[in-house]
Design a protein around this ligand. Structure first.
Ligand SMILES: NC(=O)c1ccc[n+]([C@@H]2O[C@H](COP(=O)([O-])OP(=O)(O)OC[C@H]3O[C@@H](n4cnc5c(N)ncnc54)[C@H](OP(=O)(O)O)[C@@H]3O)[C@@H](O)[C@H]2O)c1
Length: 194
């Protein structure tokens, strides 16, 4: 199975503002997200991201291409009204706690020691998921990177300065123009001028 990571970050590398990311992506980035989703058959989103951002989980342009939404949770309570449970495909939830209702998802209840990236990937491979798109958040992304399970990363840098992981306000560097993008070896150097 292949695992792709798609995440966005501000100019200073923050991945949320006031505890959320929603509203910070550009239309182009959202289109790219849609295209990537359409190329994948599994869509893994962190439990906290689902709870705070309430992301949609479909492919907007062609809902029939929507991947199966997947998450992993031990303590997070996921409200059944969340969009995660309302998409065109029945989601898969890996959990260590018996859910109150099983009707809105396929619940895979297992010991919390088995909720590791390696075991999740193995289980999804058995279920014929061939390409998994991981859309964050950073905690889950870090766990998959640490387990050396990411095959490709799509990282979008958006023109906001947040200056902390959970900044309460976003700062748009007005009147700055991106004047240079330079690749040097494996790094990208961005230059903004007024
Ligand atoms: N910039 C972007 O592209 C982007 C994308 C997505 C999200 N975000 C932002 O990221 C923030 C949420 O991210 P987050 O890092 O706090 O949480 P997250 O990665 O969305 O979810 C982490 C949760 O996943 C569960 N989990 C289960 N098994 C795990 C494992 N093996 N390893 C790690 N986690 C596991 C844990 O909850 P349990 O205790 O329930 O198991 C953990 O708290 C939000 O502010 C959101 O807006 C940004």
């Amino acid at each position: 199975m292949q695992v792709w990571l798609n995440m966005a970050m501000s100019l200073d590398g923050s991945t949320s503002s006031g505890g959320k990311w929603s509203g910070l992506s550009s239309p182009r980035d959202r289109q790219k997200m849609d295209e990537l989703r359409a190329e994948c058959d599994g869509l893994l989103i962190g439990a906290r991201t689902i709870a705070v951002d309430n992301p949609n989980v479909n492919v907007k342009a062609s809902p029939e291409k929507s991947p199966v939404p997947i998450t992993i949770c031990r303590s997070t309570i996921l409200d059944p009204a969340l969009r995660f449970f309302q998409g065109p495909r029945k989601p898969i939830v890996f959990t260590s706690k018996e859910p109150e209702t099983r009707s809105n998802a396929e619940w895979i209840v297992t010991d919390s020691s088995k909720l590791t990236p390696v075991e999740i990937v193995q289980e999804l491979s058995k279920r014929k998921v061939s390409r998994l798109l991981l859309e964050g958040g950073p905690t889950l992304a870090r766990a998959f990177l640490n387990a050396n399970l990411i095959d490709r990363m799509y990282l979008t840098i958006v023109p906001w300065v947040l200056f902390e992981h959970n900044a309460s306000e976003r700062i748009e560097p007005r009147n700055f123009k991106l004047t240079s993008v330079e690749q040097f070896d494996q790094e990208i150097f961005l230059q903004y001028d007024r």
